[in-house]
Write a protein that binds this ligand. Sequence first.
Ligand SMILES: [Cu+2]
Length: 199
Amino acid sequence: MKRKLTFRTLVLTVFAFIAVLSLGGGVSAIQGDKKVRLLDDCEPTTFNEELGAGTCIGNGRTTIDEFFAELAATQDVHTWRNQPSQMHLNVGRPLLIENVGGEAHTFTPVAAFGGGFVIPLNGISGNPVPAPECLNLGALVFIPAGGVEEGPTAGSSDLPVGISRFQCCIHPWMRTVVEVAAPGPPSAPEAANAHRGHH
Ligand SMILES: [Cu+2]
């Protein structure tokens, strides 16, 4: 028992240490996955009444009427969004997609942003022409509410060096642009350490 506690303390200490390192900023040695969160705020009673049971779970507060009102006014519903909407990734870093909303979403790679496969939402959001990738329904990956999906790794053929675009094929204004930087020379601290090592 005592041994277990000691081990637990050790594990916690290591995690705390890693957390402190992460906060240090510019710590390129830590190559964890980088997370994109898919957010929404659907209010279950009204969404499920209108769209069918199970469409929305959780404790969101935006009713379906409010959702359509905001969409009509701004072509966007602010609480339905990807966070971040833009990110930079170094080669080798995997993406992790987490749906923290109450509805299903997709995080679909597209050559150019466009509408999704829900035609009414395309019109109101000002994306009348669907992205072809979103019409390939059999290939779409739906991430359920609360779901976590492993995304592509930066530098792989699915997320090559340069700009990649991802969107939700249900709510086409939910978008993320990922820029993968070309692998460059070692960063300054690494170079300094390497140099020191030779003395
Ligand atoms: Cu969505």
